[in-house]
Write a protein that binds this ligand. Structure first.
Ligand code: DQA
Length: 147
């Protein structure tokens, strides 16, 4: 299986950025852990972090017919981007939405997501472990639906 992990704006700052909210682990560290987790599952993992909305959208388009599952933390674009929602729907690839923080316990503008209603599932508030649970769930979903 091929799984694409996408991280949106400011997540390149993980570890340095508001660590009391987002934790001390860097994004490189998180992706390294996911790569290790993917190995015995024979998942081919690819990753993009970008601060630019159009690059995230183009990556999603390129995933069409290439990628089996997407794990996405759209960061602030969660709450603003109809375009990322439309991109995900246009390629028809199942996805899990991840947030490190519990967005529902924060400012009200973080309570709404343009992606959640179309996601296979949403994980938030569990820190970097959320990505691990997402990858494990993606694997489970793919073995149930694609083999
Ligand atoms: C986030 C939550 C968003 O509200 C915020 O804009 C982020 C990160 C999270 O992982 O908790 O940048 O997606």
């Amino acid at each position: 299986f091929k799984v694409l992990v996408i991280n949106g704006p400011n997540l390149n700052m993980l570890g340095k950025r508001e660590p009391e909210i987002y934790g001390a682990q860097s994004l490189t560290n998180i992706i390294d852990d996911l790569t290790l987790q993917a190995l015995p599952l024979r998942i081919e993992l690819s990753h993009l972090q970008s601060n630019a909305e159009h690059l995230l959208i183009e990556k999603i388009h390129q995933a069409h017919n290439e990628i089996d599952f997407i794990v996405i933390n759209p960061a602030a674009f969660t709450h603003t981007s109809i375009a990322i929602r439309d991109a995900l729907l246009s390629v028809d690839i199942p996805y899990i939405e991840v947030h490190l923080s519990n967005v529902h316990a924060r400012e009200s503008f973080r309570h709404h997501s343009y992606l959640s209603d179309k996601a296979i599932g949403v994980i938030c508030g569990l820190g970097a472990d959320g990505y691990k649970y997402a990858l494990a769930s993606a694997y489970r979903w793919l073995t149930d639906h694609k083999s």
